[in-house]
Design a protein around this ligand. Structure first.
Ligand code: HEC
Length: 160
């Protein structure tokens, strides 16, 4: 029966002191684990928004690529291949890009400018483009913004 006693010796705490020591060991382990988690958490937080903004940049880049196709097919004939203007005003213009929000540009493109050659482009208004395509083309136009020249007002150039 010596085996049974051996096991009892291992698991039974003979004195309060031993019990306390064992409890302390577990508490220390718990505190260490907690400290470890607390230490790692900021790194997680730091990494996480980074990967989210990367994803957003990728999304914008792919929208701009789609938008370039929309632009070349639907808009460049009047506004120029690079938005430099023609029949329509220059859109590659610091003035235009800085004074209009994405929302305003999207609405304008969707609805058009009545009484001008700028027709409505949204399917809702009888045009050829989905709202996704309009969003894409606005993203593409925006991509000119960082180095858009300060093109003078097109209407002024035309003497209007
Ligand atoms: C048939 C020629 C023509 C085509 C094609 C055309 N536009 Fe226009 N667009 C114009 C003209 C002309 C104006 C100016 C109208 C006015 O203000 O009288 C204009 C105005 C605009 C404006 C407002 C500019 C400002 O300074 O307020 C935006 C934005 C615009 N067009 C975007 C587009 C986009 C995007 C497309 C393609 C989906 C497009 N246009 C296709 C002729 C065109």
């Amino acid at each position: 029966m010596s085996e049974t006693r051996d096991r009892d010796d291992t698991y039974d705490y003979t004195t309060d002191e031993e019990l306390e020591r064992s409890t302390n060991t577990w508490m220390v382990a718990g505190v260490v684990l907690l400290a470890l988690m607390a230490a790692v958490f900021p790194f997680y937080r730091w990494y996480e928004p980074g990967s989210r903004s990367d994803a957003r940049e990728e999304q914008l880049a792919s929208l701009a690529v789609k938008g370039e196709g929309v632009w070349q097919f639907n808009c460049s004939s009047c506004h120029g291949l690079n938005g430099e203007g023609g029949i329509g005003p220059a859109l590659n213009s610091e003035q235009f890009l800085q004074s209009s929000t994405d929302d305003q540009a999207r609405t304008l493109i969707a609805v058009g400018i009545p009484g001008s050659q700028m027709s409505a482009y949204s399917l809702d208004y009888g045009g050829p483009l989905t709202s996704e395509q309009i969003k894409a083309v606005v993203t593409f136009i925006r991509s000119w913004e960082p180095d858009a020249p300060d093109v003078p007002d097109w209407r002024a150039m035309m003497g209007g």
